[in-house]
Design a protein around this ligand. Structure first.
Ligand code: PMP
Ligand code: GLN
Length: 378
């Protein structure tokens, strides 16, 4: 039977997760915490259910949640979004991204994507007949060559997708990068998706450069985020996007037929939980400690640690260990050493020669210590 994605396989995250299970390996592959969220947050969901938040939520999301999201963005980035017309709650960032692409991309529209890239963008572009135009990040440090980016812009370019902090490299876009992007898009009608799901997981005192901080850029941008990453609740699939009203109006035309609305009780719980900013302001330190534990646990190992400024992922270079390609190496790591990771080639990269695997450090101290003890022996 003909489908629109005949060559697409089950995602690398599912495949490596299944392999981990089969071999009873320590699972540092798919990105999710192996610890529980704040009990207060769980109690708020039960409370919301008992209060009657059990029927459809408003199409754009619970107003109280949209209002507190607006407050958070204004406080952190100084940009105001109207909760009524410029903020929509979504089924995770994935649905926001899929819906934006579906709402705006027509056949032959070009979409510029920096590679390596998280896996959900490309299929959405293809399903809508769009043409993916890749810009490879620099090999050594995953930074952007803005001249190369500008050279890829054509009259057919409809959209650019950025992701900071970046999955899988853990690099972040700097203020200078954001200004380059803003300037490069001046006088164009190009729309931007800024995937900022790891906005609160940023290290070493650095600041998250949200696209919403840059007024001109924000006028053409959907900023997407996910409560899954911020509050250790990836299974809730709760996220949102914000954009100027004229973009959001078009987004909602698709959103209303895509999911219509999102889990009501979870939205009510989140609206209450977000009243305490400390819940997300403490996150950088929390994950910085985990990154440090993972990285220090690797000292003396034959892996080379790539710099990680944000997200809960760490790339390790294994070229001193093996000549294998990254898929072969990652599979052997699971089968022989009982540690699951994700090979870089799972991230839509054009450069298949790099010897890099990605590890998720959103894990308990015990798990991280066990994992690094094994990795040191390889
Ligand atoms: N973008 C990136 C870069 C991600 O890593 C993830 C997490 N899987 C998502 C989007 C999707 O987020 P969600 O689980 O909220 O759909
Ligand atoms: N974002 C998660 C990761 O990068 C994966 C989520 C998924 O399996 N789709 O590992």
């Amino acid at each position: 039977i003909a489908s629109k994605l005949p060559l697409v396989k089950t995602t690398i995250f599912t495949r490596m997760g299944q392999l981990a299970q089969k071999h009873q390996a320590i699972n540092l592959s798919q990105g999710f915490p192996n610890f529980e969220p704040d009990p207060e947050l769980i109690a708020l969901v039960t409370k919301a259910m008992n209060q009657g938040y059990n029927q459809y939520a408003p199409m754009a999301g619970l107003l109280a949640l949209r209002e507190i999201i607006a407050k958070k963005i204004e406080a952190l980035h100084g940009q105001s979004y109207d909760p009524e017309t410029e903020i929509t709650v979504t089924v995770g960032a994935t649905q926001a991204i899929f819906t934006i692409i579906t709402a705006f991309i027509s056949p032959m529209d070009e979409v510029i994507l920096f590679k390596p890239a998280y896996d959900c963008y490309e299929p959405a572009i293809r399903l809508n007949g769009g043409i993916l135009v890749g810009v490879q990040l620099k090999k050594d440090d995953c930074t952007v060559d803005w001249d190369e980016f500008r050279a890829k812009i054509t009259p057919r370019t409809k959209m650019v997708i950025i992701n900071t902090p970046h999955n899988p490299s853990g690099t972040i876009l700097s203020k200078a990068d954001m200004i380059q992007l803003q300037e490069s898009l001046k006088d164009t009608g190009i729309i931007v998706i800024s995937d900022e799901v790891y906005e609160h997981i940023i290290f070493d005192g650095q600041q998250h450069e949200s696209a919403s901080r840059y007024h001109d850029l924000a006028q053409r941008t959907f900023v997407c985020s996910s409560f899954g990453k911020t509050f250790h609740i990836t299974g809730w699939k709760l996220g949102y996007c914000v954009a100027p009203a004229e973009l959001m109006r078009e987004f909602r035309k698709t959103h209303q037929f895509n999911v219509f609305s999102v889990d009501h009780a979870a939205q009510k719980a989140m609206a209450d939980y977000l009243k305490t900013p400390q819940h997300y302001l403490d996150l950088p330190k929390f994950y910085e400690q985990k990154r440090n534990l993972f990285v220090s646990g690797l000292s003396g190992s034959r892996f080379t640690v790539r710099p990680c400024s944000g997200s809960y992922f760490q790339l390790l270079d294994y070229s001193a260990i093996s000549e294998e390609n990254d898929m072969e190496f990652a599979e052997r790591l699971v089968k022989e050493h009982k540690i699951a990771s994700i090979p870089l080639s799972g991230f839509n990269t054009e450069d298949k020669t790099q010897k890099l695997v990605r590890f998720c450090f959103a894990k308990t101290t015990e798990t991280l210590e066990k994992a690094t003890a094994v990795l040191r022996t390889i």
